[in-house]
Design a protein around this ligand. Structure first.
Ligand code: SAM
Length: 338
């Protein structure tokens, strides 16, 4: 006789999703000023004491691990501007339950850090790059660092931080003329170029709906110039929400993240930890649980466990397409951790 399966596991939420992925923001600071991420008037930065220390982050990740977290992404703000980030990478990568340790970075400082990050135990990186033209890059980010980011991508490939994914936020009238050039990068390099739909995140942001381009439209633009793409059907342990395709003979892949046109709440397996120590069950809900005050008021492992249990229990079903609910939230991506 086979044993009955337990009805609930520690990391299964009310909607039968297994929560196994924690995105950890290590800072709200960034060395770029992308117009869709940081409001024009800037953001008040957190004080040094408001930001979780590496020891605190590690203790929280350990509690996550006890609740089934197996994948961690270090993000920000810009994670590579936080001093000693390799130290945090090393302590998380030392946890045997963590099967996938990734980082999302703007790549500006990556060229000189890629090998040390690999040595510290980082598995892979996603590099954000919305334009390969220095003047357009500067228009989007407010800074002239396009060349550094390109060098960062090369260094990541060289260091073996693979698969290297390049995240392109698609914005009509800004970078749509470069979609095919981005797709062509996959011909000669084993990179995964992922087009992300521009989302209305952050209450003070100038969200321009007419600047949003759906994944379907992006795909049409690429196929018009480069011919049909083939869906990638094999699944890997690192699969995320992207729908994946490839060009004939390409070394890499092209992915589409339909954050707006086809949100993926029903399969969402994520929790987020903000730099100021809030656990956020859903990007599109402003509900947060204050884990920093639990820690700083003397809380131990069982108190941290209770925070994860609460976050998993409170994870909302997500957006309801039947009611045409749209994604969005009050805090900007740079303060939540993208
Ligand atoms: N600084 C790092 C970077 O640039 O990758 C990590 C943080 S950043 C907030 C993470 C990702 O969120 C980037 O790929 C960025 O382009 C994306 N992002 C930020 N605001 C967004 C928005 N409104 N819509 C879609 N993507 C957004």
């Amino acid at each position: 006789m086979t044993k009955d399966k337990p009805i609930t596991q520690l990391n299964t939420d009310r909607f039968s999703r297994n929560i196994s992925y924690l995105r950890v923001s290590v800072t709200d600071r960034c060395n770029l000023r992308c117009f869709y991420c940081v409001p024009e008037e800037g953001l008040p930065f957190l004080g040094h004491k408001d930001v979780l220390s590496y020891e605190e982050i590690t203790a929280i990740v350990q509690a996550g691990v006890r609740h089934g977290i197996q994948k961690v992404r270090i993000t920000g703000g810009e994670p590579l501007v936080r001093k000693g980030i390799e130290e945090l990478v090393a302590s998380i990568s030392a946890l045997p339950e963590i099967k996938d340790l990734a980082m999302t970075t703007n790549g500006v400082r990556l060229a000189s850090m890629a090998h040390d990050l690999k040595k510290a135990g980082l598995h892979r990186v996603n590099v954000s790059l919305d334009s390969m033209k220095p003047e357009v890059f500067e228009k989007i980010t407010g800074r002239n660092h396009c060349q550094e980011v390109k060098e960062g991508i090369e260094a990541a490939l060289d260091a073996g931080l693979t698969p290297v994914k390049i995240n392109v936020v698609a914005v009509a009238g800004v970078n749509d003329s470069e979609f095919a050039d981005f797709a062509k990068l996959t011909m000669d390099k084993p990179v995964s170029v992922r087009f992300i739909e521009y989302m209305p995140i952050g209450k003070n942001m100038h969200w321009a709906e007419d600047r949003s381009i759906s994944s379907r439209e992006i795909r049409e633009i690429i196929e018009k110039q480069l011919g049909p793409m083939t869906p990638v059907t094999e699944h890997g342990p690192l699969d995320g929400p992207a729908r994946r395709f490839s060009l004939p003979g390409a070394q890499g892949e092209i992915g589409f993240i339909n954050a707006i046109s086809g949100h993926f709440c029903s399969t969402c397996n994520r929790l987020r930890l903000t730099a100021d120590g809030k656990v956020r069950p859903c990007l599109f809900s402003d509900k947060e649980i204050d884990v920093r005050s639990v820690l700083r008021s003397g809380g131990g492992p069982s108190d941290l466990d209770a925070v994860f249990a609460q976050a998993i229990a409170q994870k909302p079903r997500g957006l309801d397409s039947a009611k045409s609910e749209k994604p969005g939230c009050d805090r900007s991506m740079s303060s939540i951790g993208g």
